[in-house]
Ligand binder design. Structure first.
Ligand code: PEP
Ligand code: MG
Length: 894
């Protein structure tokens, strides 16, 4: 049988599904013997029944009648009675808190008769009429759907008529008149009288709360917070207590520790002679809890006791709403409180020291998103700012610099010691120099996995991408946005954690936690005298060390240069999971690759290959030196061709113009012919990865040789290199077999040349559904798998990773097709299924197969959980995400 109503005395905190968060905690406090005004909860089951049928179930009416009777009997008062009326509040309360999204009605039960009773019982006529006008106002707005302005205007008029500015200055008579005005508003606007019958008020208020679950704003909020739409809300009907009964009454909110810094000790605000909403609305200045101790030591003492009780019971920071009615404390709500990132770490460690929780629990009380917030320099929250636009937060951090519009200028200005932000419509590989030189990157197009975003994250460069409001004019070298024009050289600021773009400078604060991670605990502690900061750094250290001791997953980094590798290692990476060699071919080396790819004659190609060999070898020697003793997975070249060849359209225009003016450059014509030959309509699915290796003779051989020679050089130098060769975009075991045989031949050759044995593991990236589905075959040739989940997502969904976010993801998230981009968090049902299959079948063929992931998902908290659950050996992510991944991998195993 359905459960539609439960008294507060019946439930407990574990029943959040049924009673909602607020209801379950009210029940728990009641169970603990804390002073909770009696009441009952209409369950989420009732809401779900209401959503199904659009009607209040008949059983609910009966159950409410019975619960109301029990409440009236317990208190010896009747709802809306003429003498000593019982009044109730009707509040929403879903399983997950949805602050401000749903409705609340207070003072239900007041009418023309009971207002007199309330006046008599309270001995305060003004209070009674004020409560009545509040009811009509709230009821009018939330239950009858009238514009709040109608009531607010009437209230303003009443104050103006009396020549006063504050509500509290209105007298009982003023309020009596105002009640009439409010009732008149209801009559005119709805054609009906304000309902006088208390039970009718209650029923209508309950329906309004149930309906508020389905409002547009509630839906939007749930989508954003990923709360399922079918949970429904509970409705709490609670006997009213009054904080607005004079100077010995009041209402407040309190926290058992400071939720913003994590400082121990009570923390909160109290407002004398006020009702709930007044505190949050910030209408009047509040008192601190210390002030409350002065004003009412007895109630304060009781409150403190209740807070201690709650904290030891919940074993966590609790936030509390309370009311004091004529010196008597009432607890109206509690829940485990939200907190900032620094507070989360500090509180978790404090609770361990107080023997309330274990280190495992402390680890589960913090998360990677919080740690990332602590890592990046942040804009000073108090600093002044002018927001220009908001776009995608692609790579966190706070960057302030002069806007520049091309890579070369960025590098020149940076060399002069200027901080610059590279502003581009979109970036291409040629921009790399500018991206390195810049403190931040801002693009008008592209999504979170666009080139700019991936590269920026890899380098730890702050980036905001897809700022479509930006109108960039390369002729005047400026951009316009929301009425502002920003010229080259003007200072802008971008927040890569929020996507905000500001005009001018915003003050930036360095992060002590990143000093700790980069340079160790001692340096970080020595860098500050601030006790709070030191405590925070120690808390992060303690929890991260526990995560390292606990986690099953190893954490590797995606790093393409020795410098990135060194940083990754400092940040705790236990290997390199992906070295994207094409990033080594950017800049001036690109021409050589271009020559290799476009060559029609063996000799020209060989020349270019010969020129590349020493450069590549040196890259790898440096990389392997940094990663001495640790696995270093080097991926053979995988450029979508368009990233490496001259732009087809630009080149065509150039040649056409040259032909028109009779100044034809033969080299350009030949280049155009070659580019035309190689031009692809869909380069992401074209000649890239292993396909390029198989089609362009000597290209992969060159890279494999460079890797082998680098290993040999490091060995001779007494090092302990662990290079692994990874083949990208394989779809068939045959492709891998050919490359592997070639690799074995080169290992033997180079080994012989240096008088050593080379036995480098050769593995494969699983980036195509076919590779996942034939993993058993592929494992016959592959010594390891690494999931390239960027491409695997692209090819499984058929979404172009470069285009989707700008094109239609916004629409897809708005209409609920997607709750989050599958390029950000692994699509466990679809792409994840392929991952599972490949893991299972790969290991069936080769039980000791090492398996990792090196797509962007390797640094995403939710995805890390998934990878842990399917039994991967490691995740690999950009160096800056390494600490986050260590923490999340720890969390995944507790
Ligand atoms: C991937 O596809 O997930 C991957 C790591 O390779 P890239 O992003 O370089 O295509
Ligand atoms: Mg890939």
């Amino acid at each position: 049988m359905a459960t539609y109503v439960k008294d507060f005395s019946e439930g407990d905190r574990d029943q959040k599904d049924l009673l909602g968060g607020k209801g379950a905690n009210l029940a728990e406090m009641t169970r603990l013997g804390l002073p909770v005004p009696p009441g009952f909860t209409i369950t989420t089951e009732a809401c779900r029944a209401f959503m199904r049928t659009g009607e209040v179930p008949a059983e609910l009416r009966v159950e409410v009648t019975m619960a109301l009777r029990r409440l009236e009997d317990a208190l010896g008062r009747q709802l809306g009675d003429f003498h000593e009326p019982l009044l109730v509040s009707v509040r929403s309360g879903a399983k997950f808190s949805m602050p401000g999204m749903m409705e609340t009605v207070l003072n239900v039960g007041l009418n023309d008769a009971s207002v007199q009773g309330l006046a008599q019982f309270s001995g305060d006529e003004r209070f009674a009429w004020d409560s009545y006008r509040r009811l009509i106002q709230m009821f009018g707005r939330t239950v009858l759907g009238l514009e709040g302005e109608l009531f607010a205007d009437a209230l303003d008029k009443a104050k103006a008529g009396r020549g006063v500015t504050s509500d509290v200055e209105l007298t009982a008579d003023d309020l009596r008149v105002l009640v009439d005005t409010f009732k008149e508003i209801v009559r005119t606007e709805t054609g009906k009288e304000f309902p006088q019958h208390p039970r009718e008020q209650l029923d209508l208020a309950i329906v309004a709360v149930l309906q508020s679950w389905g409002t547009e704003r509630a839906r939007l909020y749930r989508r954003k917070e990923r709360i399922p739409d079918d949970l429904g809300t509970a409705v709490n009907v609670c006997s009213m207590v009054f904080g607005n009964l004079g100077p010995t009454s009041g209402t407040g909110v309190a926290f058992t520790r400071n939720p913003s810094t994590g400082e121990t000790g009570d923390y909160g605000d109290y407002l004398v002679n006020a009702q709930g909403e007044d505190v949050v609305a910030g209408i009047r200045n509040t008192l601190s809890l210390a002030d409350l101790e002065e004003v009412d030591p007895v109630a304060y003492g009781e409150l403190r006791q209740a807070m201690r009780r709650l904290e030891t019971h919940y074993r966590d920071l609790c936030d509390i709403e309370f009311t004091i009615e004529r010196g008597k404390l009432w607890m109206l709500q509690t829940r485990v409180g939200k907190r900032t990132a620094p507070a989360a770490f500090r509180i978790a460690c404090q609770l361990v020291d107080e023997h309330l929780i274990t280190m495992d629990e402390a680890l589960s009380r913090v998360n990677g998103a919080q740690l990332s917030q602590l890592l990046f320099p942040q804009f000073d929250a108090d600093g002044e700012r002018t927001l220009l636009t908001k776009a995608m937060a692609a790579s966190p951090g706070a960057a302030v610099g002069m806007a520049v519009f091309d890579s070369v200028t960025a590098q020149e200005w940076a060399e002069e010691g200027k901080d610059v932000i590279l502003v581009r419509r979109e970036t291409n590989p040629d921009d790399l120099g500018g991206m390195i030189a810049a403190v931040g990157i801002l693009t008008a197009r592209g999504g979170k996995t666009s080139h700019a975003a991936v590269v920026a994250r890899g380098m730890g460069r702050t980036a905001v991408v897809g700022a479509e409001a930006l109108d960039i004019d390369m002729v005047t070298r400026s951009f316009t946005v929301t009425g502002h024009k920003v010229h080259e050289g003007d200072v802008i600021a971008i927040d890569g954690s929020t996507g905000d773009v500001f005009l001018g400078s915003v003050p930036v604060m360095p992060s002590p936690v990143s000093t700790y991670l980069e340079e160790g605990l001692d340096v970080a502690l020595a860098s500050t005298d601030d006790e709070e900061t030191r405590d925070l750094v120690m808390a992060v250290d303690r929890i991260l060390r526990h995560a390292d001791a606990t986690r099953r997953l190893h954490v590797h980094a995606n790093a393409d240069t020795a410098e990135d590798a060194a940083r990754a290692r400092r940040l705790g990476a236990e290997g390199i999971g992906l070295c994207r060699t094409e990033h080594m071919f950017l800049g001036e080396r690109r021409v050589l690759v271009e020559r290799v790819v476009l060559a029609t004659q063996d000799a020209t190609r060989q020349e270019a290959l010969d020129a590349l060999l020493p450069l590549q070898r040196e890259d790898f020697v440096d990389l392997l030196r940094e990663m001495d003793g640790l696995p270093t997975t080097i991926r053979l070249l995988d450029p979508p061709l368009h990233e490496f060849l001259p732009d087809f359209t630009e080149l065509s225009v150039k040649v056409a113009l040259a032909e028109a003016s009779g100044n034809v450059d033969e080299a350009d014509v030949q280049l155009l012919a070659a580019v035309t030959r190689m031009h692809e309509a869909n380069p992401m699915l074209g000649l890239r990865g292993v396909r390029l290796g198989l089609v362009v003779p000597g290209l992969f051989a060159l890279q494999i040789r460079a890797i082998c020679e680098a290993v040999a050089i490091r060995r001779v130098a007494g090092g302990d290199p662990h290079a692994e060769i990874m083949v990208p975009l394989v779809g068939s075991v045959q492709e891998l077999r050919i490359i592997r045989e070639e690799a074995l031949g080169i290992m033997a050759e180079v080994g012989a040349e240096h008088g050593i044995t080379l036995d480098l593991p050769v593995g494969v990236m699983i980036e195509l559904p076919r590779a996942a589905l034939t993993a058993d075959r592929i494992a016959e040739e592959a010594q390891f798998f690494s999931f390239g989940t960027n491409d695997l997502t692209q090819t499984t969904w058929g979404f172009s990773r470069d285009d989707v976010e700008g094109a239609f993801f916004a629409q897809y998230t708005a209409n609920g097709v997607l709750s989050v981009s599958p390029f950000e968090t692994i699509d466990a049902k679809g792409v994840g299924r392929l991952v599972r299959i490949a893991v299972e079948e790969g290991r069936a063929t080769r039980p000791d197969l090492t398996i990792g992931v090196c797509g962007e998902h390797g640094g995403d908290p939710e995805s890390i959980r998934f990878f842990d659950s399917v039994g991967l050996d490691y995740v690999s992510c950009s160096p800056f995400r390494v600490p986050v991944a260590r923490l999340e991998a720890g969390r995944a195993s507790v």
